[in-house]
Design a protein around this ligand. Sequence first.
Ligand SMILES: [Zn+2]
Length: 91
Amino acid sequence: MINNKNTKPICSQCGAELIFVKKETIQPEGTRYPQTNIVYRCSNDECQKKKDKEKVERIKLRQNQAITQKERMEKIQEKRKMGQKAKVQQN
Ligand SMILES: [Zn+2]
């Protein structure tokens, strides 16, 4: 008999065993029920380092996009204000 419950999860990137880190409960926006997310790390240090780096870069990219969007909005608002002022001065 094979007991599948004892089968350790394997990294989809390198095929090394995954190490259980933590269980976290998250509730994604717009959903009614929380989800249980099991966090693993790869037992292959090189692979895990790569994953960590990718994760940091993803977060950075998201933050940059948010900042860019905010800056763009501010610039548009500023231009509008400037435009109004210019019109007032012309009159
Ligand atoms: Zn891996």
